[in-house]
Structures are given as structure tokens and as C-alpha cells.
Design a protein. Structure first.
Length: 495
């Protein structure tokens, strides 16, 4: 009985948990309840992925109303994989949150913090699983509004500015998206994605449809921080509480990339994109983003900001796969979407462990800490190697498939950019390693007895670190699921 309602429960459980958490007394009860909910959702997400791993599609009719008249949750291998990422990251992040939140957020705000976290969790899962494009907008607003609140809880005053900047940019993005949805509805009379895909081909030449596509693309380009629409992201990641940075960096932009993938291939169809300059524009913006943001990362003095600019560059890698529009390109996008969540989650958690101990994320304050915090330092090294794309890590698998996709279409410039981007990643990862291990401790840090981070921070961090190594060798889940998803996103495509 429960299994038949699994797709709804994955979204409904954290949504129902949010008001319960909000009224719980401040302390550890909100954390414990939120953690149990996240583990339950993760277990259901695993079961859901197993159910669609053979190519099945789950269609869940809300309220018994058949699509396209009613709202439908439609789950296939692509969004089941993304839902697993969101649920898995939440399940690992919340145990980490116990110590981190106690350190960074006043106790009287803990209940509201975890309630907002549950709402953000709900919104991201809803975006991933819904088959209705207007319902997608509703969940987008749920996740966005809660994200603004979460970011504003940062200890520094700049957190309020960062949240406000994200609010403005996010509102513009959401407005663009809903205008595009309205134009689609005006022309087709439907909001169901499958129904839209059937009705749109005969309207491809219509200016209104082309305008709707442009609005939707710009709206979600803002949400996923595609260069040059990324301006909100560095400040948001830098000044938000560490737990919020970990969760958003590993999930929010990945969900937005998934939506772009779904809209381009499932709703409009890549034949529509090929008749427009969109694919070339994606590739140009991604190349510029990879190179410029990697250079920006090199010159940062704050570790969280360094990783934030790195995230914008990594989004470029994912979107290049969409721009290529081939089976290998989509495989690279889905695989990197999964792997980047692991590597960036691990790195932000490790930096958060340092912030927990010394109260600063400035790289100059990290001098000599590598020897005092060896497990945290090792986590940064392994996460950094995965970010670079060293063989034996998850990051190598992502870049390998992206290079294969570029070579297949003889896009030699993309191959060069991927390799150059990896070399630039070596430089900014080395900045962290050098400060932690090879620079002597400063006079100010010698007066403070710094020890290794608590186990409640190290265990979640190392779960993601070990996952980076495991998925660098075993690609059955990532590549296997991506290849299953391609059969639905690009029907008739050979693997």
C-alpha cells in the first residue's frame, strides 16, 4: 500500500514535518526529528530508483484526477536519480548539522531553522518529481523562499545582503519562468509536460512558443547560476551557515540543471533546439564560465568563496553536455550532476569543520592546521582530487564522459577547455593544501589549541569522501542510470 504512494510520500513527508518541527521546543528535538525524516525519505528515494531502474515510468495521479487535467508526478530514471541525490545529501547533512548549527545559529532559532530546512527539502524534491510545469513553479517558490531565510541566518551581517541579493535575482528568475509557462499555456491549453511534448511540435514555428522557451531558459539560467547570471551564488555560499552552504551547493543547482535537461529534451525536444542558436549559446557561455570562474577561484582569499566560484565553473561542465545534445553528452551531465554533489558536499563539510574549530573561513587563517586536523585535511585532499578529475575519483568519470562526448562531435575546443579547467582546479585546490600543510602556523593560531573536528562533523564528511572514491570505480549506479534515462530523454538513441 505504502509503495503505491511512494512518489507522493517522498514530497509529503518533509512538507508535513516542517510545521511539526517549527513548534517543537528549541534544542535537539527539532534536529532529531528532521534527521529521522530525512533518513526515511532517503530510504524511499532508494526504493523509487530501484523501481524505475529497468526503464519503467511511474505515473502518480494526485487526487485521482487523470493527467493532463490533474497534477501528475511522473518518475523515470533521470529524476529518480536526482531525487536520490537530494535525499541522500539531506540524510548526510542533517547529522552534520547538530554541532554546526549549535555553533553558528542561536538556540532560540533552531526550530525555525530546521522547519525552513524541511521546506527547502520539500521544494527541491517536488521540483524533481512533478510532471506538471506549473506545479514545478510552486515547488520552486517553496524552495526559494526557504533558501532566502536559511541564508539570512548566517553569523555575519553580509548574510542578510547575500540573502537579499539572492531574493532579487531569484524573483527575477521565477518571474521569467512563470511568464514562459503562461505563454505555453496560452498556446497549448495544457500544463502537463507529457501533453506539452505532444502538442508543441506543430507549433515550433510560432513566435509565442519561441518566446516562451527563451523566458524559461533565462529564468532557470538565473536559478542554476549559469555564467554570467551567477552573481548571487558566491555571496550566498560564503555567508550562509555552513550546513546551508553544504546542502544548497550539493542540491539546488543540480535540481535546476535537471529542470533544464527535462525542459530541453522532454518538453520542447532537441529538434526544436537545433533550429535555434541555443545549443551553441550554451556551449559558449559554459566555456567562458569554466575558464573565468576558475581564474576567479584562484584569486580568492576565503575558502568558501573559492569553492563557490568553483561551483559556477562546474555548472559549466554540466551544461556543456546539454549543449552537445548527444547520448554521451547527457550521460556526462547526469553523471557529473551526481558526482559534483558528492565532491562539493565533502569539500564544504571539511571547510565547515575548520570553521567550527577556528571561527574563520579565510585561507590565511588555515596556516599549519593540516597537521592539527589530519582527517579534515585528508578529506579536503581527496575531495580536491575528485574536483580536479584525478583517476580513481568520481570527478574523473564525469570529465571522461564529457571529453568522449566532445570528441564524438569533434569539438576539440571543448576538450582543451576541460583539460585547462582541470589544470586551473589544481591551482586553487593547491592553495588550500599549501595553507593547511606547508605554511607555518601564524602567531595568532599558536595561542589557540586547535584539535581535530568532532566526530559528528567528520563522519558525514568522510561518508561523502569515501563515496567520491567508490563512485570513481563503480559506475553502475551513475552511468547505468544515466544510460537508462537517455532511452526516455532521447528515444531511439543507441548507448
Amino acid at each position: 500500500m505504502i509503495e503505491s504512494h511512494l512518489s507522493l510520500l517522498i514530497v509529503a513527508l518533509p512538507l508535513l514535518a516542517a510545521p511539526i518541527v517549527a513548534v517543537l521546543p528549541n534544542g535537539r528535538m527539532p534536529w532529531a526529528f528532521s534527521t529521522l525524516v530525512s533518513w526515511a525519505v532517503f530510504a524511499m528515494a532508494c526504493l523509487q530508483l530501484i523501481n524505475v531502474s529497468t526503464g519503467n515510468v511511474i505515473s502518480y495521479e494526485l487526487g485521482g484526477w487523470a493527467p493532463p487535467w490533474g497534477i501528475e508526478y511522473r518518475i523515470d530514471a533521470a529524476n529518480a536519480l536526482v531525487a536520490l541525490i537530494v535525499a541522500g545529501i539531506a540524510a548526510v547533512t542533517l547529522p552534520y548539522a547538530l554541532k554546526s548549527v549549535e555553533k553558528e545559529i542561536p538556540q532560540q532559532q533552531h526550530s525555525l531553522f530546521y522547519a525552513a530546512f524541511m521546506l527547502c527539502f520539500t521544494g527541491l524534491l517536488g521540483i524533481t518529481l512533478t510532471g506538471d510545469i506549473f506545479n514545478l513553479f510552486v515547488f520552486l517558490e517553496i524552495s526559494s523562499l526557504s533558501s532566502y531565510a536559511l541564508i539570512s541566518l548566517g553569523k555575519q551581517r553580509q548574510a542578510l545582503t547575500a540573502a537579499y541579493q539572492y531574493l532579487i535575482m531569484g524573483t527575477i528568475g521565477a518571474t521569467f519562468f512563470i511568464i514562459g509557462v503562461g505563454l505555453l499555456y496560452a498556446m497549448t491549453g495544457t500544463l502537463n509536460m507529457v501533453d506539452l511534448a505532444q502538442r508543441l511540435p506543430e507549433l515550433y514555428e510560432h513566435r509565442t512558443i519561441q518566446t516562451a522557451f527563451a523566458f524559461i531558459m533565462v529564468g532557470f539560467a538565473l536559478k542554476l547560476a549559469l555564467f554570467p547570471l551567477h552573481l548571487w551564488l558566491p555571496n550566498a555560499y560564503t555567508y550562509a551557515p555552513t550546513v546551508v552552504t553544504v546542502f544548497l551547493a550539493a542540491t539546488a543547482t543540480k535540481v535546476a540543471v535537471y529542470v533544464m535537461l527535462r525542459v530541453v529534451f522532454s518538453v520542447f525536444g532537441f529538434t526544436f533546439i537545433e533550429d535555434t542558436p541555443t545549443d551553441e549559446l550554451f556551449i559558449i557561455l559554459c566555456i567562458a564560465g569554466i575558464l573565468m570562474m576558475s581564474f576567479y577561484a584562484i584569486y580568492q582569499h576565503d575558502a568558501k568563496r573559492l569553492l563557490a566560484y568553483s561551483s559556477v565553473a562546474q555548472i559549466g561542465y554540466m551544461m556543456i553536455g546539454i549543449g552537445l545534445g548527444s547520448a554521451l553528452g547527457i550521460t556526462a551531465t547526469l553523471v557529473h550532476l551526481f558526482n559534483h554533489a558528492l565532491m562539493k558536499g565533502a569539500l564544504f563539510m571539511a571547510i565547515g569543520a575548520i570553521v567550527y574549530q577556528i571561527g574563520s573561513s579565510r585561507i590565511e587563517d588555515f596556516s599549519g592546521l593540516g597537521k592539527k586536523m589530519p582527517w579534515t585535511f585528508a578529506a579536503i585532499v581527496v575531495g580536491g582530487l575528485s574536483l580536479i578529475g584525478v583517476p580513481g575519483t568520481a570527478g574523473f568519470i564525469s570529465k571522461w564522459y564529457l571529453i568522449l562526448a566532445a570528441i564524438e562531435q569533434q569539438h576539440w575546443l571543448i576538450v582543451v577547455v576541460i583539460l585547462l579547467g582541470s589544470l586551473l582546479a589544481v591551482i586553487y585546490v593547491w592553495k588550500l593544501v599549501e595553507a593547511l600543510y606547508f605554511k607555518p602556523a601564524t602567531e595568532s593560531s599558536k595561542t589557540v589549541s586547535v584539535q581535530e573536528a568532532p566526530l559528528m562533523l567528520l563522519i558525514p564528511t568522510w561518508l561523502l569522501v569515501l563515496a567520491n572514491v567508490y563512485f570513481g570505480f563503480n559506475t553502475e549506479l551513475t552511468v547505468g542510470t544515466a544510460e537508462t534515462a537517455i532511452q526516455l530523454l532521447l528515444p531511439g538513441t543507441n548507448k
